[in-house]
Ligand binder design. Structure first.
Ligand code: ARG
Ligand code: ZN
Length: 872
């Protein structure tokens, strides 16, 4: 069944409030939902009330406390229809359902994780708890009473605590009231025996908010960084957006079984424990950065998502793209802005660009879907964030902030659309943003072809741009978009250029491309300049520029903007690797990497640059980056050989520089702050180059043994496992790690991932063996993603083994997982979204594996949606 945006209609009845009572029991939880409803004016008196359900069992049904007679309702597991309701006056519907949290393996609705009860309602999990209008445009006030055995001490829900107490029969209760009307997807309940850390935050208007983070007993100390990040997030939203927190209490609960990263339930965020728990022994610097970002993300949702929510799920990017944008800028402010921006660009290109280029492409605001869970995608999140960034670039910081202020003021308490949001910016800036809306409605990554011309006699420099957008599923024709391209002109030696743009469509820093073809003229330019374009990645597009290698080298050496400099070096490195991969495929000698090596080594040794930036540069484009650039008929083995040899050549050329950098680590007690993290990143990168140059596993084994934090430890282990797979030191270190962290599942996940991503055909057998490891289970999404997910999405040579064994393994596991957790299965399979760009042998093997899934019986809607779209 396909849902279409154009079919949107409001509900026939409005909901004044809802009271929920839970009597918790692992196998038979009783839920009583009482809601006050009223037929909307103009709705015919014979229209029934239709509530959604999912796998529900109705136990009792009353209207105004009187049992509804059988001919007046129909209840199936996924729908409740009640007829004969009052024409105009309000009435109370009482629905009783019974659930088995223990039997719920989907991790949607009410389930148990680590013995505790928890819920996940976004997008459509509330209908697994009770029959209701489970849609985001029905906002109402919730009062929740939770009753449980006293062995379950904490009983939590949204809003403010009303009170609680013991019944004297071994049971107790707690009641919560959330004064802010909200949609059902923001409902949450958590009950269990948990450890807690507490703090307070005083808001800008002087209100004191209690902050609590709940974790498994014994893990309290690992939640302190999350608490710190929360307080910084709260302050930042006040300072940057004027947004204040609005309840007396803000709670976060970490659970170990969770489909996604975290969930912004009003006043009661539920988190995948991976994004809460951290200490130097178990978490890497990347983990700390992720925790900071996701804590901020969920907190920021309180305004962008909760106070103002989505009219329907087509508008998902209204809250997600915007909130990602907010968490990105938060992290940029907390850390190094260019380094964070580079990480964002890498992620976007590594995940969103392939999605946009393949069969799963969809607009930032889709117009139809079969299963909304399959639209929590990198397009809606990350591209959605880039669209907000472009909006700010086009409007300028002041109008952007004014538009946000108007949005908060005008739509507080409402469920709205992208049009409502954009209208605020159009209004404050007096601009027509009609063309800009195409970023929301057209799928695909535009390509901008750039050509330049210098006329020495006229002292005129001309930049000609042409935009193209290829057809995507369901969208054969595309219109030209408004593409804001950051730019700079400089002389090849790095000095600034005199001369000014002669058109209104260009400012000193941005070329606004709005036509299919457009030329931008600069007069008074005394010599042929070098053009730096899409500076800072101001637009999520592919740039095609026949720039001379010399120009790129000039930018790589002299670009004053760090992000743009990284872009130039990356472009240079990508060109080199693409060429090398072509030669490797023909078993020819690889090209000289001297000039590239010189640039990288110069950056590595340049102490005036931030260490984290130098580490980003040294990382080189990944094998997947190179594959994406090649685009079709891909041979992952050739790419791997080309990249590995290039790394070795650079390592040999820069051995002295790398070797001294490898030992240059921060001193003193461990700090997760960006400065120290950057130094560890650079030292870690240098260690890999050094080990490659020396061809010496011993050095790595020592680095592994001497590491006093997880970042250094896992880095050494990764280089051992990926570059020295046969060295005895490697197995020894792997065994030591497994023993050391046997009781820390999140650390064992890293161990799974290191092995699952070790290149080569043997990784398939290793993954199969690891699936039998006692620490592994198909029932936990983190485990599955760490092993199978990492293998499928992060091991180009292993997963794409020419005989198709990798694809078959994924297909078998996806089918097995689908029976328990459809969302997880569907998500895993998206690793195959680029199968059509492989060389013909692998493409055929991949197709067969997809067909095997498609023709298996009884697929979930989630999985069948992904497999059918992937095959088309
Ligand atoms: N709104 C959450 C976030 O981005 C994501 C929850 C999605 N969950 C799901 N089951 N689809 O913060
Ligand atoms: Zn979100």
């Amino acid at each position: 069944q396909v849902i279409h945006l154009k079919d949107y209609t409001p509900t026939d009845f409005e909901v004044e409030r809802i009271d929920l009572t839970f009597e918790l029991d692992p196998k038979a939880t009783k839920v009583v939902a009482r809601s006050i409803l009223k037929r909307r004016a103009g709705v015919a008196a014979d229209r029934p009330l239709v509530f959604a359900g999912d796998a529900l069992t109705l136990k009792a049904l009353q209207i105004d406390s009187i049992d509804v007679s059988e001919q007046d309702f129909d209840a199936t597991p996924d729908e409740l229809v009640i007829r004969g309701l009052p024409e105009s006056e309000a009435f109370e519907v009482t629905v009783e359902t019974e659930l088995s949290p223990d039997a719920n393996t989907t991790l949607m609705g009410l389930y148990r994780s680590g013995g505790n009860y928890c819920t996940q309602c976004e997008a459509e999990g509330f209908r697994r708890i009770t029959y209701f209008y489970d849609r985001p445009d029905v906002l109402t006030v919730y009062t929740v009473t939770i009753i449980a055995d006293e062995s379950v001490p904490q009983l939590l829900s949204n809003g403010n605590f009303l009170g609680g107490g013991a019944y004297g029969d071994g049971r107790h209760f707690a009641a919560w009231h959330d004064p802010y009307p909200k949609p059902s997807y923001l409902f949450a309940l958590v009950a269990g025996d948990l450890g807690v850390i507490e703090d307070t935050f005083t808001t800008m208007s002087g209100r004191e908010v209690a902050l609590k983070i709940y974790v498994e007993h014994g893990k309290e100390a690992r939640a302190t960084y999350a608490m710190d990040a929360l307080k910084r997030s709260m302050r930042w939203d006040e300072e940057v957006y004027g947004r204040e927190y609005d309840l007396d209490i803000f709670m976060i609960v970490a659970v170990s079984d969770f489909n996604m990263g975290a969930m912004e339930n009003k006043g009661l965020n539920v988190f995948n424990d991976k994004y809460v728990l951290a200490d130097p022994e178990t978490a890497t610097d990347q983990d700390y950065a992720n925790i900071e970002a996701i804590i901020a993300h969920e907190y920021f949702h309180n305004w962008t998502g909760n106070r103002i929510t989505c009219r329907d799920w087509f508008q998902l990017c209204l809250k997600e793209g915007l909130t990602v944008y907010r968490d990105h800028t938060f992290s940029q402010d907390q850390r190094s802005a260019p380094v964070k921006r580079i990480a964002e660009i890498k992620t976007l290109k590594a995940h969103q660009f392939p999605e946009d280029a393949g069969p799963l492409a969809h607009p930032v605001r889709p117009s139809s879907y079969k299963e909304i869970n399959n639209f929590y995608t990198t397009t809606i999140y990350e591209k959605g964030s880039e669209v907000i960034g472009m909006l700010r670039t086009i409007l300028g910081a002041d109008d952007f902030r004014a538009g946000m202020d108007l949005y908060f003021e005008r739509h507080d308490g409402q469920a709205v659309t992208i049009e409502d949001f954009i209208a605020c910016f159009a209004e404050v800036s007096a601009r027509d943003l009609g063309q800009f809306m195409l970023w929301y409605t057209q799928a695909g990554t535009p390509t901008v072809t750039v050509s330049t011309e210098y006329d020495r006699d006229k002292q005129r420099f001309t930049v000609t741009l042409e935009q193209n957008l290829r057809p995507t599923p369901g969208q054969p024709q595309k219109q030209p978009m408004h593409i804001p391209l950051g730019y700079a002109l400089m002389m090849p030696n790095g000095t600034a250029v005199t001369g000014a743009p002669q058109t209104a469509a260009a400012s000193d820093t941005v070329l606004h491309l709005t036509e299919r073809n457009e030329s931008f003229v600069f007069d008074g330019v005394e010599d042929r300049p070098v053009l730096s374009i899409n500076r800072g990645f101001s637009a999520p597009v592919n740039i095609l520029m026949e720039s001379r290698a010399d120009d790129l080298v000039a930018l790589a050496r002299h670009e004053s903007d760090g992000v743009a400099r990284w872009q130039a070096i990356t472009e240079l490195a990508t060109r080199h690797l693409v060429k090398a991969a072509g030669l490797a495929r023909d078993n020819a000698a690889l090209p000289e990497s001297g000039r590239l090596a010189d640039i990288l080594i110069a950056v590595a040794g340049d102490a005036t640059l931030e260490p984290a930036f130098r580490a980003q540069v040294l990382a080189l484009p990944s094998e997947a980056d190179v594959a994406r650039e090649i685009g079709k008929d891909i041979d992952p083995d050739a790419i791997h050989r080309a990249r590995r040899e290039t790394l070795r050549a650079i390592a040999a050329a820069g051995q002295r520089t790398f070797s001294s950098l490898a030992d240059d680590k921060p001193s003193g007690p461990f700090s997760p702050a960006a400065n120290d993290a950057g130094r560890r990143a650079l030292a870690g990168m240098a260690l890999r180059y050094t080990a490659l140059a020396e061809n010496d596993a011993q050095r790595l084994a020592e680095a592994y043994a001497n590491a006093d934090n997880m970042t250094d430890r896992i880095n050494a282990l990764t280089v051992l496992a990926h570059d020295f797979e046969d060295a005895p030191e490697t197995q020894a270190a792997l065994d030591q790690f497994a023993e050391r962290y046997a009781d820390t599942p999140l650390a064992i996940d890293k161990w799974f991932t290191v092995q699952a991503t070790a290149p080569g055909a043997e990784s398939h057998a290793r993954v199969v063996a690891l699936m039998q490891h006692p620490g592994y289970t198909r029932g936990n999404p983190n485990r599955v993603r760490a092993l199978l997910g990492a293998f499928a999405a992060g091991n180009p040579t292993g997963f794409n083994r020419a005989d198709g064994a990798g694809y078959r393994l994924l297909a078998d596991e996806v089918l097995a997982i689908d029976r328990k957790n459809p969302q997880l299965a569907a998500r895993l399979l998206t690793a195959m979204r680029s199968w059509q760009s492989l060389e013909s042998g692998r493409r055929e093997e991949a197709r067969k594996a997809l067909v095997a899934i498609s023709s298996a019986g009884d697929l979930s809607v989630d999985l069948s949606d992904i497999v059918e779209r992937t095959l088309q």
